[in-house]
Design a binder for this molecule. Structure first.
Ligand code: ADP
Ligand code: MG
Ligand code: MG
Length: 892
């Protein structure tokens, strides 16, 4: 018989797969001797079985009964006892935390009878009916799928009738009436009365939690966070403890360090006489932990002790949920807390300094995506700004966009490419679509632990919350400023999630200190003086010492090359030459294409050669001492000619004006027509150009080699490598290599600089090249995997055409989790890379292997390239630090 239910004492923090994060950590806290209410956990296996069959496994109910009985013994109360009922919560908890994504039902076990019993034993009827109305509301909304607004409306009416906005002003008589109305709503909406039987309540709630795994917003969140779809959620059944028993009770959330800035010291919010989500939902304004000390010193002291114990134990920032019931502290949840990118780097270094973790461990605590965030632009401090509000710095960054008050609308506008700031009084899980779509999130209610803040931090999205003086009216789609000005949907605002400031209009942005650091613009003193920059510096040093993969950059100009070098690039992995044929050089290319005689062709090439040489001198100088891989011309030639449409309109203009069409125009038109291709991507390009247009690749090689000779004579140390694109067969490469070797002999002869051993290699970017890599390596002295083209040709789709057309559908249907152009498709394209690398090495053991596709700067792909033993990755200059960090993590 499968074991589907685990007692707290049977679990621990390593069992997240089975017990979910919440269940595993509740067990861990229990085993640490911390005060956790008696609980048990139903496994993710049970969830998966339920989702597969649509009903739970047979043995489950029996196992639940046994564990309920154990809790009943421990507490001395019975589920459903009309005079003194045991109440429980039914909570979701997946392996990866999905804040607010799944459903939780509190106060299970109450019914028309036991609510009276609870009122009597606690001598607190208000509390009993408050708990019952919460059960009805949560059960109605999450288990029975009734629109939550129906319940909210009743509550609002009751408060309005009393002339209050505070739920605490509702007395027991009000609450009794509300309970009746809630039950009526349930009966009306479902055609059945609210289930009075506690066991049935429990099982129904459990099933709802199981089902919530596949709710729209859970699916959306998983996709956003790249959480696998087949993990399932566990269900935690916990004895209720009550923060809503009066002012000596309450509930709170806390962090052992500030998750936004990474500053040391505890951080949190507490709310008296409240239950469950009240703190994060922002229904009343919370007090800080420091204020809680004044309210309930004993519970506060115990909480501080527990928080430091948890940090010692987990050796990381922990976030926790707790409740105080009549001055007694209970722990309801802990986990290693989500944090901003800034906090991640700072905390990792703090923990090293505190002796809690090693440097290697610190390296594993941060990642490339976080580093990218630290490199995002900031608001220019010197720019003129009109500040209109101040809220909490909930999630850092600088965001500019048009005000938008509804999440569906935000999604709609973002789809059209518009930048929006989602403005809400407070957010709830239904806002996820809008939060994903928006540049940033602005709320007028709630603190750093509010839903908006937690989710925004998780997504790395800029968020300012609790900007109270901004009157956000979602229904009217307006935001009223303190001076009475009314801003409307579409008006532009700028929000600073690092300081909590809100500005009217668009504030210009500048590079942040971390970028200045990478640019080499900060001195040691400035680095040491800034905790974040210092942390980045330390972690990068650790990563660089660890990594085996080298990191090069893709750069086509001297400036780019110089920048890449400052960012830590160890060479250029891809120097494209096509842009060197555009602009004012276009006439030469046209001449080359139109040339009818050998002499004409040669003349055109001779005119291009010195210009090309100049380009290469600059780049080789910027990368002096480091390898520079130059790719010979790759794109279809007609890209250098006017388009057919352009030519047709030139002709039409000439005709309308009655002027003659020139001979040149006729020739170009003919060439354009001749060279038009159905599938240019699969047409005359790459090495095929070199073979079809004699002299073209030779001219390029000559320019490269002459540039190298010039640099050498100037005392430099140029290290050019010549790369032939789009090779499918070794013969293609052999032909071009012979031609280039001849050029190398000639240039060496002519300049007196020996360039005969300049490496000549190829790109592996066609499936045939990957399959015959062993043969190709007989000629190629290096391989560079062009994973963009390799992805296109392996899948048989063109990146430019398909990403908008059907990728979202493919991702929705689970054909791939993320675009294969973003993260390497390890199973398919990756297998080609691995196979070709192995075959290449077998033929030529010292062959040099690199990657120059977009994937070279993608964290997950970098790990793969490390694993298959490539020598380097090459990426855009700005991604170089990310690749360095991830290469270090991959070696860790
Ligand atoms: P989430 O995963 O969204 O954090 P939780 O399962 O933690 O959801 O529950 C939602 C809220 O209800 C939290 O504030 C939690 O502290 C509270 N809660 C859950 N179980 C209990 C319980 N047994 N007693 C008191 N409060 C509880
Ligand atoms: Mg929780
Ligand atoms: Mg290519």
């Amino acid at each position: 018989m499968t074991k589907f239910v685990y007692a707290l004492s049977e679990g621990n923090r390593d069992l997240k797969d089975l017990l979910g994060g919440k269940g595993a950590n509740l067990a861990e806290m229990h085993n640490m001797g911390l005060p956790v209410p008696p609980s048990f956990t139903i496994t993710t296996e049970a969830c998966k079985a339920y989702l597969e069959k649509g009903s739970e496994p047979e043995e489950l109910a029996q196992q639940i009964d046994e564990h309920v009985a154990k809790i009943e013994d421990e507490i001395g109360k019975k589920l459903g006892d009309p005079s003194d009922p045991l109440l429980v919560s039914v909570r979701s908890g997946a392996k990866f935390s999905m804040p607010g994504m799944m459903e939780t039902v509190l106060n299970i076990g109450l019914n028309d009878e036991s609510v009276e019993g609870l009122a009597t034993v606690t001598e607190n009827p208000r509390f009993a009916y408050d708990s019952y109305r919460r059960l009805l509301q949560m059960f109605g909304k999450t288990v029975l799928d009734i629109d939550g607004e129906k319940f909210e409306d009743v509550l609002d009416e009751a408060k309005d009738a009393k002339g209050t906005k505070n739920d605490l002003d509702l007395d027991v008589e009000d609450l009794k009436k509300i309970v009746e109305k809630f039950k009526q709503i349930i009966a009306d909406e479902t055609g059945k009365p609210f289930p009075q039987e506690p066991k049935e309540q429990l099982l129904e709630a459990m099933r709802a939690v199981f089902r919530s795994w596949n709710s729209e917003r859970a699916i959306l969140y998983r996709r956003q966070e790249r959480i696998p779809a087949d993990l399932g959620t566990a269900v935690n059944v916990c004895t209720m403890v009550f923060g809503n028993l009066g002012m000596d009770s309450g509930t709170g959330v806390a962090f052992t360090r500030d998750p936004a800035s990474g500053s040391q010291g505890v951080y949190g919010d507490y709310l008296q006489n409240a239950q469950g989500e009240d703190v994060v939902a922002g229904i009343r304004n919370t007090m800080s932990l420091a204020d809680m000390e004044g309210v309930d010193k004993n519970a506060y002291d115990e909480l501080m002790g527990i928080m430091s114990k948890l940090e010692d134990h987990y050796k990381d920032l922990c976030d926790i949920e707790f409740t105080v019931q009549n001055k007694k502290l209970w722990m309801l949840q802990t986990r290693v807390g989500k944090r901003t990118a800034e906090a991640a780097f700072k905390i990792a270094c703090q923990l090293v300094d505190e002796g809690a973790i090693s440097e290697e461990e610190a390296l594993s605590r941060v990642n490339g995506d976080q580093l990218v965030q630290l490199m995002f632009p900031r608001f220019d401090e010197k720019a003129k700004k009109e500040k209109i509000g101040q809220g909490m710095n909930a999630s850092p960054g600088a965001a500019v966009g048009a005000l938008c008050f509804s999440s569906p609308k935000a999604a709609e506008l973002a789809e059209k490419g518009e930048k929006v700031i989602l403005a809400r009084r407070e957010t709830n899980p239904d806002d996820l679509v809008g939060m994903i779509a928006a540049q940033g999130i602005l709320t007028s209610r709630g603190g750093k632990t509010s839903h908006a803040a937690v989710v925004a931090r998780g997504m790395g999205k800029t968020c300012v919350c609790g900007a109270e003086e901004l009157g956000i009216d979602v229904a009217a789609e307006t935001m009223t400023l303190p001076d009475g000005t009314v801003m409307k949907a579409g008006d532009v605002v700028s929000i600073n999630g690092t300081t909590g400031e809100v500005f009217k209009g668009e504030v210009p942005v500048v590079d942040p200190p971390v970028v200045k650091y990478f640019e080499g613009k900060l001195g040691q003193e400035e680095i040491d003086g800034d905790e974040l920059v210092h942390a980045v510096h330390r972690i990068m040093t650790i990563a660089d010492a660890k990594r085996r993969l080298k990191v090069r950059a893709n750069a086509d100009t001297g400036d780019d090359a110089a920048r890449a070098r400052r960012f830590g690039a160890q060479g250029i992995g891809l120097c494209r030459t096509e842009h060197m044929f555009l602009g004012d050089r276009r006439p030469f290319v046209e001449k080359l294409i139109l040339a009818e005689t050998v002499e004409e062709k040669k003349a055109a090439l001779d005119a291009l050669a010195p210009l090309q040489k100049g380009d290469f001198v600059e780049i080789l100088e910027a990368m002096d001492g480091l390898p520079v891989t130059v790719r010979l011309l790759d794109p279809p030639l007609h890209e250098f000619l006017p388009s057919q449409i352009e030519m047709a309109s030139q002709m039409a203009v000439a005709r309308a004006k009655g002027t003659d069409i020139t001979d040149d125009q006729k020739k170009i038109m003919a060439a354009v027509e001749r060279m038009a291709e159905q599938n240019p991507m699969l047409g005359l390009r790459g090495v095929r150009l070199g073979i079809v247009i004699p002299g073209l690749f030779e001219m390029q090689a000559k320019a490269i080699l002459e540039a190298a000779a010039e640099r050498r004579k100037a005392g430099g140390d140029p290290k050019p490598e010549i790369m032939i694109p789009l090779v499918a067969a070794v013969q293609e490469l052999e032909i071009m290599k012979d031609a280039i070797r001849t050029v190398a002999d000639e240039v060496s002869e002519a300049t007196g600089v020996d360039l005969r051993d300049t490496p000549i290699g190829t790109m592996i970017e066609l499936p045939r090249a990957a399959v015959t890599a062993g043969q190709i390596a007989e000629s190629a002295e290096f391989f560079s995997f062009g994973t963009n083209d390799l992805t296109q040709t392996t899948w048989g789709f063109s990146r430019d055409d398909v990403e908008g057309a059907f990728f979202s559908r493919y991702i929705e249907r689970g054909i791939f989790g993320v675009s294969p152009f973003e993260t390497l498709d390890v199973v398919g394209v990756g297998a080609m890379v691995e196979m070709a690398a192995k075959a290449g090495r077998e033929t030529r053991p010292d062959i040099h292997l690199g990657v120059c596709g977009e994937h070279g700067g993608d964290p997950a792909s970098v790990h793969f390239f490390h694993e298959v033993g490539l020598d380097y990755v090459s990426c855009s200059p700005f991604r170089v630090p990310v690749a360095r960090l991830e290469a270090g993590r991959a070696s860790n």
